[in-house]
Design a protein around this ligand. Structure first.
Ligand SMILES: [Zn+2]
Length: 69
């Protein structure tokens, strides 16, 4: 098991208690440019209004206007 697998397992377990702190619990955010899963990126925080993708550097807006169901 890699370090990152371990880390994601740990964050899965603590997700239940920390999810109430998210502005948009249950919402997955994707980079508008490269399609990367932003929620998984280091220090991703949905309280920010924009998020700079760590993969490509594109700034996606994190707002309810940007949620497509
Ligand atoms: Zn990207």
């Amino acid at each position: 098991m890699s370090f990152w697998d371990l880390l994601s397992e740990i964050s899965d377990t603590i997700d239940v208690s920390s999810s109430t702190n998210e502005r948009f619990p249950d919402i997955d955010w994707w980079c508008d440019h490269c399609g990367a899963h932003l929620n998984d990126q280091t220090e991703f925080d949905d309280h920010k209004y924009t998020w700079k993708c760590t993969e490509c550097g594109f700034k996606s807006s994190i707002s309810k206007d940007n949620i497509f169901d």
